[in-house]
Unconditional design. Structure first.
Length: 171
């Protein structure tokens, strides 16, 4: 079964702190080079910065994820080895403790969840933990800095915090 990359062409890819860290460190780029800001969808978890109340997402190029490249009808992800967790998870989710295919999906096929269960369940748990970590960082940032500092300061804050969390896990 092959991936048709429809999700990469249709969805805005929102990212968390670990996603930003992985992409920035593996690509050797500043986060600003591959991120866009969007008006926050959730007031309580929007990032409060000088630029407004925002969420972070990957930039788009020609209506697709900036990391999707095509040659004719063939497309591939240039960051596949360290792509954002939401991209790794798609089109699966956990509902009531069971692995399921999302109700609304852009995949042209139905996936056999039993085939992917052992691979996807640990990933979905890790992804959920990373989003919780990110939500906690946003709440901490918003309580300390409110609207005083620019987005670049928030990005430095999350990069430092992820690095510290990874060091503490390895040490």
């Amino acid at each position: 079964m092959t991936c048709h990359t429809n999700c990469c062409k249709e969805y805005t890819v929102f990212v968390n702190a670990h996603d930003v860290y992985r992409l920035a460190t593996r690509l050797g780029l500043e986060p600003e080079s591959f991120l866009e800001i969007y008006g926050a969808k959730d007031f309580d978890l929007g990032i409060k910065v000088k630029e407004g109340l925002v969420d972070l997402a990957l930039k788009q190029k020609d209506g697709s994820c900036t990391f999707l490249v095509g040659s004719g009808d063939v497309y591939r992800c240039t960051v596949n080895e360290f792509k954002p967790g939401v991209c790794k998870s798609y089109p699966f989710q956990t509902r009531n403790g069971n692995l399921m295919q999302m109700d609304s999906k852009l995949c042209p096929v139905d996936w056999d969840t039993t085939q992917f269960k052992s691979m996807m369940e640990p990933h979905l748990k890790k992804d959920e933990a990373e989003w919780k970590f990110y939500d906690d960082l946003i709440l901490e940032w918003n309580n300390k800095h409110w609207i005083k500092k620019p987005l670049s300061a928030f990005l430095r804050f999350i990069m430092d915090r992820v690095a510290l969390s990874l060091e503490s896990k390895s040490g």
